[in-house]
Design a protein around this ligand. Structure first.
Ligand code: NAI
Ligand code: PYR
Length: 309
């Protein structure tokens, strides 16, 4: 599948690199208003293909997107160490007003995969600007947060994170909801697993893991200026699900009329992801606290979009 990537900075290039290493795309076109940088990134990533999977990787202009099945959008500004994702909204909405029509001019019926922050609100912005069906405008949402949750749980329990099933829902941001009540390893509830391996999930441990997930971006940005490897892997995983028409369950963002009585709002829930984009949503079983947190997260996002929850 041909994949277009708009924005060849840290996230765009990490996504392209992950696609090549995992063999998830046959052709990748990087488009950036800094054409020299896009060209340099494309060359550098192309040089990794002999060590990974065959793929045509090049920089291009808008017209080179023709025939792309998915266009990933990572263009825009990033957070400074003290900024929240929501503070980027105005600047990145202006970027989307330029790039969405330019994409649709060449690829009239793409799946758009949004990574630019604040990703949930930008998913709604992209949906409104594009006029595409909502299932074809996917935000990477909390795919990264769920991965962080699984990685930290796996580390604590001494179990491979791929065998940990745990979701983060709602906003990709400060109000996100860590679903402890449904988390499991294999099919064994997490609290039982923790007991069996002698690594209890005490309140202290839960708070440490919560902070490690919710505050991850702030900590990494303080240390190295931005985050890119985690989201690069997540974007490639979403492309794999689309390319292979997997109907895989991934926590990604989409516009909903209403979540917990609040909406319209774009946020993450467990979604079936396949060739046409989002093929369905599974409303998870939540406990009372998680349900209240999801409601709050929806309200935060509606407010950020300039409406009253
Ligand atoms: N969804 C997620 O989980 C994550 C999202 N992000 C977000 O991804 C976005 C990109 O982050 P980075 O790649 O680190 O930033 P970056 O600054 O390295 O790259 C952004 C690129 O966008 C390009 N660009 C800006 N306006 C453009 C336009 N109108 N047309 C074409 N290209 C344009 C810039 O030239 C730049 O190369 C940010 O909003 C960041 O917050 C970052 C990490 C995780
Ligand atoms: C920057 C960002 O959104 C993240 O790493 O979660």
């Amino acid at each position: 599948m041909k994949v277009g990537i708009i924005g060849a900075g840290m996230v765009g290039s990490a996504a392209a690199y992950a696609l090549v290493m995992r063999g998830d795309a046959s052709e990748i076109v990087l488009v950036d208003h800094n054409a020299r940088m896009a060209e340099a990134q494309a060359q550098d990533i192309l040089h990794a293909t002999p060590f990974a999977h065959a793929a045509r990787v090049r920089a291009g202009s808008w017209s080179d997107l023709a025939g792309a099945g998915v266009v990933i959008i990572t263009a825009g500004v990033t957070q400074k160490p003290t900024e929240t994702r929501l503070e980027l909204l105005e600047r990145n909405t202006a970027v989307f007003a330029d790039i969405i029509p330019a994409i649709l001019n060449v690829v009239p019926d793409p799946v758009l995969l949004i990574a630019t922050n604040p990703v949930d609100v930008m998913t709604e912005v992209a949906w409104r600007l594009s006029g595409l069906p909502r299932d074809r405008v996917i935000g990477s949402g909390t795919i990264l947060d769920s991965a962080r949750f699984r990685a930290l749980l796996g580390e604590h329990l001494g179990i491979c994170s791929r065998s940990i099933h745990a979701w983060v829902l709602g906003e990709h941001g400060d109000s996100e909801v860590l679903c402890w009540s449904s988390a499991s390893a294999g099919s064994v509830p997490l609290a039982d697993v923790a007991q069996q391996v002698g690594r209890p999930l005490s309140e202290d441990v839960r708070q440490r893991i919560d902070g490690g997930v919710r505050r991850a971006a702030y900590r990494i940005i303080e240390g190295k200026g931005a985050t890119w490897f985690g989201i690069g892997g997540g974007l490639a995983r979403i492309i794999q699900a689309i390319r292979a028409d997997e109907d895989a369950i991934l926590t990604v963002s989409r516009v909903e009329d209403s979540v917990e009585g609040i909406g319209p709002v774009a946020l993450s829930l467990p979604r079936l992801v396949g060739a046409k984009g989002i093929a369905g949503t599974l409303m998870p079983k939540l406990d009372d606290v998680e349900r209240a947190e999801l409601r709050n997260s929806a309200a935060v996002l509606v407010q950020a979009s300039g409406r009253t929850p």
